[in-house]
Design a protein around this ligand. Structure first.
Ligand SMILES: *Cc1c(COP(=O)(O)O)cnc(C)c1O
Length: 497
């Protein structure tokens, strides 16, 4: 299978190249030139297999320049026992008669980013072996919280790699900061910067093209790569769990083979829901993909009216991983819905860049409506949903998942649709203890993270994940705050070059 760029159909490269490059040099995103299919017979066969076997099978359809042995090695390493809290890796949990939650937060950092970032380091090092010999790869990440920690856990002590993470000092939750500041591993470095997420992201982008840094890297036999969510290597592992969820429902008799399901995804950068769309295009029986936004509802508006407009107020919410106004992965959807029209996509992306907005054609709009539905959920409703869901179904959700549950309730009321539905649960409620406690008790919680974990355990009668409890005894290794204009120095200091 070959890959091309959303902005230039003349591009034709292998999956190993796609994974090491991250982004195509024309600024477009890499996409496969064809979408492999899974038949109902394949699904039936996969239903009897473990998550690891399902992953091997789906991934080998997309990563055709990897041998089966290489894929087996990568997948087993990423999802082996001990890395995830559940043998199911991504378990499906019942909410009501025909509503289920797909728990994607059983990995080392308690958010769904682990599903891809446990696997990416394996793919990246295997790809690098195929491509660039023995250069050491430096992974640069700008994060608003979950990605940084998940990338650190994925790359820690992976030989042939180093990882440097930048985060905005005031822009992440206390628990997220603690997770990063205590990170273990001999090849990791973490830096807070005195700016916001955009400063961190722009700083990282400029490092990639900084002559002085590039020169030093060459001298030291180093090369850059990115673990950003636009890397195809992060998207493809996410296709697996939607197929896996269908297999689980089938295996336990909750649905019949071929029966269509709805999939609800709390969305930010449009990566997770795009993976569900790829699963649909592969042949997974899906009725509607339901895109859930928080108060930053740029995607909901886009799906409902066909115009994307980022010229709007940015809100900081209790679901911070969805606070985003430019959803990068949407470009891949536009490419697919426009019939792989690279010129059309380039045009829209120029408009977004220059004017901050674009409107899609009638054809694209009607295709959007055919596959997607969308809604948004504000702060008050997020809190109310956490409380209602816990009181009515005994299910404790985090703030991001609650947005998904709320938008699904709205969808059900509006449409009367009663298809079996799977809601993606993207983080553990214990990762956002202050907001979840507030939702349950109406009281402003204490300030100590570990007291809050204990309180939440008591109220919910659910044990907090060891990955979070254990942070209490870990020494802080990274507490330096760098100036946002001095990230070059930070890189040199941290890499010791
Ligand atoms: C990253 C993240 C999201 C958003 O996922 P996208 O793929 O960016 O749409 C939602 N919830 C949580 C907890 C996340 O970490």
């Amino acid at each position: 299978m070959q890959y091309t760029s959303t902005r230039n159909n003349a591009v034709n490269v292998s999956s190993a190249r796609v994974i090491t490059d991250g982004l195509s040099s024309d600024g477009g995103l890499y996409v496969p030139t064809e979408i492999p299919s899974v038949s109902l017979r394949d699904i039936m066969r996969l239903a009897d297999k473990s998550y690891i076997e399902r992953a091997k099978s789906v991934l080998s359809l997309f990563l055709t320049d990897f041998t089966q042995e290489e894929i087996d090695y990568c997948v087993e390493g990423a999802y082996k026992k001990g890395k995830f809290d559940s043998i199911a890796v991504a378990p499906v949990v019942r909410l009501t008669e025909n509503e289920y939650v797909l728990e994607l937060f059983k990995g080392p950092t308690c958010a769904f980013k682990d599903m891809a970032l446990q696997l990416l380091p394996y793919f990246l090092t295997e790809s690098a072996k195929k491509r660039q010999g023995n250069k050491e790869i430096v992974i640069l990440v700008a994060t608003s919280g979950d990605t940084g920690k998940a990338a650190l856990e994925g790359f820690k002590d992976v030989s042939g790699t180093k990882i440097v993470v930048f985060y905005p000092d005031m822009g992440v939750s206390n628990m997220q900061k603690l997770q990063m500041a205590t990170q273990e591993g001999s090849n990791v470095a973490v830096a807070a910067i005195n700016g916001n997420f955009d400063d961190a992201q722009n700083g990282v982008k400029s490092i990639f093209t900084n002559e002085e840094i590039l020169g030093k890297f060459k001298e030291n036999n180093l090369t850059f790569s990115s673990a950003n969510s636009i890397n195809w290597g992060r998207l493809v592992p996410q296709i697996v769990y939607y197929i896996s969820a269908y297999c689980d429902l089938l295996k336990t008799g909750k649905i019949k083979l071929g029966e269509k399901i709805n999939i609800v995804v709390p969305t930010g950068n449009f990566g997770n829901i795009l993976a569900a769309y790829y699963a649909l295009r592969m042949g997974l029986p899906v009725n509607k993909l339901i895109c859930a936004s928080n108060k930053n509802k740029v995607l909901t508006d886009f799906i409902n009216i066909g115009s994307y407009n980022r010229n709007r107020e940015f809100y900081t919410t209790v679901s911070p991983s969805m606070d985003i106004l430019i959803s990068s992965n949407l470009e891949r959807l536009l490419y697919l819905l426009s019939g792989e029209d690279d010129e059309y996509v380039s045009g829209l992306m120029s408009l977004l860049n220059e004017k901050g907005e674009y409107t899609v054609s009638g054809t694209v709009k009607s295709k959007l409506k055919e596959f997607f539905s969308a809604g948004s959920c504000g702060e008050e409703d997020t809190f109310a949903t956490i409380a209602d869901c816990f009181n009515e179904y005994g299910y404790l959700s985090d703030t991001h998942t609650a947005v998904g549950i709320n938008v699904y309730e709205q969808y059900k009321k509006e449409t009367g649709d009663s298809c079996t539905t799977v809601i993606a649960a993207t983080a553990s409620p214990f990762k956002f203890p202050s907001a979840v406690l507030f939702a349950l008790t109406g009281e402003t919680p204490r300030t100590d993270e570990f007291e809050m974990l204990a309180e939440l355990e008591k109220i919910s009668k659910i044990a907090a994940p060891e990955q979070l409890l254990g942070l209490k005894d870990k020494p802080v290794r990274f507490d330096k705050i760098y100036d946002k204009n001095n990230m070059t120095e930070a890189i040199f200091t941290m890499l010791g070059i």
